[in-house]
Design a protein around this ligand. Sequence first.
Ligand SMILES: Nc1ncnc2c1ncn2[C@@H]1O[C@H](COP(=O)(O)OP(=O)(O)OP(=O)(O)O)[C@@H](O)[C@H]1O
Ligand SMILES: [Mg+2]
Length: 260
Amino acid sequence: MSLLVAENLGIAFGGVKAVDGVSFCAEAGQVLSIIGPNGAGKTTLFNLVSGVYKAREGRIVLNGRDVTGLPPHRLAALGLSRSFQNLQVFTRMTARENVMVGRHLRERRSVIADLLRLPSSERQNRATRAAADDLLRFVRLDGAADTPAGALPYGALKRLEIARALASEPKVLLLDEPAAGCNAVETEEIDRLIREVADQGVAVVLVEHDMKLVMKISDRILVLDRGRPLAEGPPQEVRRNPAVIEAYLGPGHAREAAHA
Ligand SMILES: Nc1ncnc2c1ncn2[C@@H]1O[C@H](COP(=O)(O)OP(=O)(O)OP(=O)(O)O)[C@@H](O)[C@H]1O
Ligand SMILES: [Mg+2]
């Protein structure tokens, strides 16, 4: 059974269909990439799937359960987490605190216990902190745990965003351009992280413009063009699809993709 099934999703803004009849399945342990030119509807699709926009057309099934129309925090509690194209880290909090915030969905906390500083609450705080530190180590930011996020370089912030998204222990992880603006070394690092997350059994859905990364990392690729699905399949197939080359990649990119 697919961990995430999106069926026939659609949404219009001011009469223009930003996403129109898009379906996909995300499988445990696999990376599905969603590619397409600027404005193709990739982020809008993520906003639909993660509940930021209410899907009025189509259906979303998470882990066998119909979750269409549920708000983001409910979806997060059910195992769907995402990163944002525009970073959503809290710049005045430390790296560790940012991850701890992402973790709170996972926890059954009692406000009373917190207020009274009961031992159970202290234990939980220690556990949350330890889990955050584990994630920071995972994204190679353990040296920056106490650094305010605002003081971290861009590449580190992109990894912090992934750690924050992982903190709720998602079964499905949506990553919106996790390597955008990163240099080759940073991109390589993010590539490795994504593969490791998938290898742990998470279904990863990736939006990414870096074709080299996409071709290398994806089990399957869905191509969108002006809100509509254009092609879907394994990387080798998609990169040779004439419609994709024509409509999206263009001759120069097609060569790049073929040699990736
Ligand atoms: N809230 C909104 N209101 C009106 N139009 C929107 C809104 N969100 C997205 N759009 C429009 O929907 C289309 C798809 O945008 P979207 O951001 O999903 O594209 P994208 O594929 O993520 O592009 P990029 O690669 O640049 O991130 C665009 O034409 C955009 O202008
Ligand atoms: Mg986008």
